[in-house]
Design a protein around this ligand. Sequence first.
Ligand code: UP5
Ligand code: MG
Length: 196
Amino acid sequence: INKMVPQVVFVLGAPGSGKGTQCSMISKEYDYVHLSAGDLLREERQRPGSEYGEMIEEKIRNGEIVPVEVTCSLLHKAMQKSGKERFLIDGFPRNQDNMDGWERVMSDKTKLLFVLFFECSREICTERCLRRGAAGSGRSDDNVESLKKRFNTYLNDTMPIINYYDKLGLVRRINAEEEPDQVFDKVKVAFDEIKL
Ligand code: UP5
Ligand code: MG
């Protein structure tokens, strides 16, 4: 009866700003399950028999955002499967459709603690992703063409979402241009605060 409502932290920031890197560091030190929307979509794309495989691949390569029904259901399933109560939702919500879809299905099932926002210049982010591509990431969007599109989508569609949460006082803004350990030192402050 007194079941705890699952708590979520949305983790946003430009492509290559270090969302995944920091989430994996957070989940090692704090009791949070890391769920990357992008990773879940890439997994679904590979799943034999998935009816969404081609659509997902096309969206990812073009830096466009997959319809929320698909992403939200993958997130919801992963949350249930984990059996845990605290989640880092990495790379979601990225646009109004994502936010509305989450509101419809998940807002009464979860509590949003805050939004972690990694700030990093386009130049640095692009260089990181290109380096990762050159090192053999296998990601079909780690190339100059896709990165231009990913950035346009980020600026046009995701920044308004971050601004919306910022007006609600929910955004924890972190400079993500330093070394991963230095970025993590600042991330820890945000998580230690809510533990109190
Ligand atoms: N790196 C990380 N931190 C560093 C640091 N401090 N200093 C130096 N290097 C650092 O890092 C990127 C690279 O930089 C790595 O090589 C890392 O070692 C290095 P990473 O931690 O992976 O950054 P991240 O922000 O996670 O970058 P990612 O490329 O994953 O960001 P995207 O937001 O573009 O990717 P995502 O997987 O979230 O989405 C991909 C696509 O999926 C989207 O474009 C979209 O098409 C689709 N999608 C949806 O449609 N809906 C969703 O809800 C989510 C995704
Ligand atoms: Mg990532």
